[in-house]
Structure formats: structure tokens, C-alpha cells
Design a protein around this ligand. Structure first.
Ligand SMILES: Cc1cc2nc3c(=O)[nH]c(=O)nc-3n(C[C@H](O)[C@H](O)[C@H](O)COP(=O)(O)OP(=O)(O)OC[C@H]3O[C@@H](n4cnc5c(N)ncnc54)[C@H](O)[C@@H]3O)c2cc1C
Length: 357
């Protein structure tokens, strides 16, 4: 097979889809090459949009805030385009303190945009957290239902005439004379003018694109409980809870180096449950309805790799989003499309340079 397109996107998780759909809007034809794998992060994630808690420094932090704030308008537009309304929670994210030491630690590290709420106010706001001493409230942070978002992005890609799809695994990239070839596991090749690499945790398995070698899989285990009336995303000392509407509450998560083994373990689930019960004691008598594991694409500094390969500019990286790929996905798609159109990129991407490792 010798297929061509203006742009090939490798990976059909949330990052690949956001890139492909934004690039198509800019007028280029896009071929998305993706193979589904157990442990894909985009549907496994908890969906938190929490740049005030998962803090980075400098321009990377500004990028994360902008990424969070793009969501409301983006999801409105998505609903108008394809008729799928993706649930978004912008009520703010709580960080509860369960001890006086916890209060001091939280207040010391709190984001400048946050404020403290005392026990009484917290119990009024969230009765299930009534045992906590107080909490830091991070307004504007929240969560998105990443499972419905992934579904919606697939639907958007399917509705765009400039986007085509190919099921398969890319094993190697080679670039010469301003053309890029993606070699697939079945021996076939796909040629294009430019290639965007968004292969999630499996990046290091692809040869010919050196920045991908910095990505390692980090497993996270999650559980889902029936709804307990919690409305805010809530961090505790050892984990977090994310309400998915009124129907369920997700508890997470572990950070484990376990290769590509995307399975849950009794020890991992016990840790996640214990952290969840510490935040909301009601969960101790509420057995989880389900559990799963996913693989985060993690870089050494936990920041994504965004931009052109220094030696071969036909290769563009959109990968390594570590713990914040849902948060950063929509803005990643927009800046990658901007970068490819030659227009000035509106954000400072210097901390995400592909050659920094
Ligand atoms: C447990 C857990 C909790 C998380 N919670 C949050 C959160 O609350 N908030 C947040 O912002 N982020 C969170 N994340 C992180 C976020 O999910 C990821 O950063 C993001 O989903 C990465 O998206 P992706 O598209 O790069 O990867 P993926 O979703 O893994 O998609 C990559 C795709 O590329 C395909 N692929 C791989 N290699 C190849 C190849 N060679 N050829 C073709 N296709 C290939 C894969 O099969 C897959 O379909 C969490 C992640 C996990 C695991």
C-alpha cells in the first residue's frame, strides 16, 4: 500500500484526534493511523482539569491554564457541530485537609488563585466531606468526561471530509527530501509531507524519531463507585475523587512502573480504595462497581513534547502529556495546527522543546 496525505497523524487517542481535527480545519488532508491497545490513556483517565493542583512552572503553567479555559467554548462548538454534549464540571477543585499538619502544608503550597474554606463551609458545600478540617478551593478547575469527549472527537473526525483513517501500527519513521515515510507493522508504507506523532505511552517503540525515546509508560489504577452526592473534584493526601455527574465517583490513582502491563492488581486497588475512603468515609461501605488501569505517556519532567524535530522538521511531536493529557489536549491540537500552517504560535512552547532530553 502506498497511501498519501498532506499530513499523517500517528495515534488516535485524544491527542491524535485533537491534532487531526484541528489540522483538517486549517485545510490540509489528514490520515490518522492508529491501532487500539489495552491501557490507552484517553479513555482510562479520570478527566481532571486541574492546573492549579497539578502545577507546573513558568510558561508551561500559563499554557495549562489556557488549556483549561479553552474547554467551555470548545465543547459548545463541538455540541453544535456533532450534537454530542460532553459533560464539563467547572465548580472548582477541592484539596481537603484531614489534620492540622495537612492544613499547614496545603496553605503553604496553595495556588495564588485559590482560597481557604473552613470546616463549616466545606460541610455545607459537600456534606460527604464533613469530617475534614477545611479545604483549599481552586476555582475554575474541574473535570471533563474524557470517555464521552473521546467518543465526540471520533465522531468529529468521522464527520470531516479531510480526515481519513487507517487501522495499523507504525513501527518506523524515515524522512528525506521533504517527505516522510511511516512504515507499518505489515510492511506497508504511508507517505506524507509532514507527520504528527501522538502514540501515547508506546512512543519509544517507534524507530526513527529520537524524542519519542524519552517517553515511558506509567500505570495508573482507578476504581468507580456509585455516586455519593459529591459534586466537586476532591484531592486528599494520597489520592483524588472525581464525580461523574450524579451516577458515579471515580477514585484514583497509582503511579507505577509496570511496563506495558495495563492490568489492575489487588495491592494497587487496595491503595486506591484506602485513599478514596480517607477523603470520603462513606466509600468504606460502598463497594466499587468497577476498576481499570491505564498507561500514562510520561516524560522525565512530566511536561509534553510539542514541536518540530530539530533535524527533520517534517516530523512534529505531540506526545508525552504525562498526567495532564486530557487537560492539554484541545490546546495541543490548536497549537500543532498553528505550527503546521506557518502562523505564529500564540503560546510559549519553549519548555516543551523536543530536543530537551
Ligand atoms: C489512570 C490515569 C489517570 C489520568 N488522569 C488524568 C486526568 O485526570 N487529567 C488529565 O489531564 N490527564 C489524565 N491522565 C493522562 C491522560 O490520560 C494522558 O496524558 C492522555 O490521555 C494521553 O493521550 P494520548 O492520545 O497521547 O495517548 P493514548 O490515549 O494512550 O492514545 C495513544 C494511541 O496511539 C496508539 N498507538 C500507540 N502506538 C502506536 C503505533 N506505533 N502505531 C499506531 N498507533 C499507535 C495507541 O494504541 C492509542 O490508541 C490520566 C492517565 C491515566 C492512565
Amino acid at each position: 500500500m502506498n497511501v498519501t496525505a498532506d499530513v499523517v497523524v500517528v495515534g488516535s487517542g485524544i491527542i491524535g484526534l485533537c491534532c487531526a481535527t484541528s489540522i483538517a480545519v486549517s485545510g490540509k488532508s489528514v490520515l490518522v493511523v492508529g491501532e487500539h491497545r489495552k491501557g490507552e490513556a484517553s479513555t482510562a483517565a479520570a478527566g481532571m482539569l486541574a492546573p492549579s493542583v497539578e502545577k507546573s512552572e513558568g510558561p508551561a503553567h500559563n499554557f495549562a491554564i489556557a488549556a483549561r479555559d479553552i474547554y467551555p467554548a470548545y465543547l459548545e462548538e463541538l455540541a453544535d457541530q456533532i450534537g454530542i454534549r460532553v459533560p464539563l464540571n467547572r465548580l472548582g477543585v477541592l484539596q481537603v485537609a484531614l489534620t492540622e499538619r495537612g492544613v499547614r502544608g496545603l496553605q503553604k503550597n496553595a495556588s495564588p488563585t485559590s482560597h481557604w474554606i473552613d470546616r463549616k463551609e466545606l460541610a455545607h458545600l459537600e456534606p460527604t466531606l464533613g469530617h475534614a478540617i477545611g479545604a483549599v478551593m481552586n476555582p475554575e478547575d474541574g473535570s471533563v468526561d474524557n470517555v464521552i469527549l473521546t467518543l465526540a472527537l471520533n465522531s468529529l473526525a468521522d464527520s470531516q471530509s479531510r480526515v481519513t483513517r487507517h487501522a495499523g501500527a507504525v513501527t518506523k519513521i524515515s524522512a528525506a527530501n521533504s517527505r516522510v515515510r511511516a512504515i507499518l507493522a505489515d510492511g506497508s508504507a504511508i507517505e506524507s509531507g509532514q507527520i504528527v506523532l501522538a502514540p501515547g505511552a508506546w512512543g519509544a517503540e517507534i524507530d526513527g524519531a529520537s524524542a519519542l525515546k524519552a517517553i515511558t509508560p506509567v500505570r495508573g489504577q482507578l476504581v468507580s463507585y456509585p455516586g455519593i452526592g459529591l459534586r466537586h473534584v476532591t484531592y486528599g493526601p494520597r489520592g483524588y475523587l472525581v464525580p461523574r455527574g450524579t451516577a458515579s465517583t471515580i477514585g484514583g490513582s497509582t503511579m507505577e512502573k509496570a511496563g506495558f502491563n495495563a492490568v489492575t492488581t489487588p495491592e494497587g486497588l487496595a491503595r486506591v480504595q484506602s485513599a478514596a475512603e480517607e477523603i470520603a468515609p462513606a466509600l468504606a461501605i460502598t463497594p466499587p462497581a468497577s476498576s481499570w488501569a491505564g498507561l500514562r505517556p510520561v516524560t522525565p519532567d512530566m511536561l509534553p513534547i510539542l514541536g518540530r524535530d530539530v533535524d527533520r522538521p517534517e516530523i512534529i511531536y505531540a506526545c508525552g502529556h504525562s498526567r495532564n493529557g486530557i487537560l492539554l489536549a484541545v490546546l495541543t491540537g490548536k497549537v500543532i495546527a498553528q505550527l503546521m500552517s506557518g502562523a505564529p504560535v500564540e503560546h510559549d512552547l519553549s519548555q516543551f522543546r523536543p530536543d530537551r532530553f
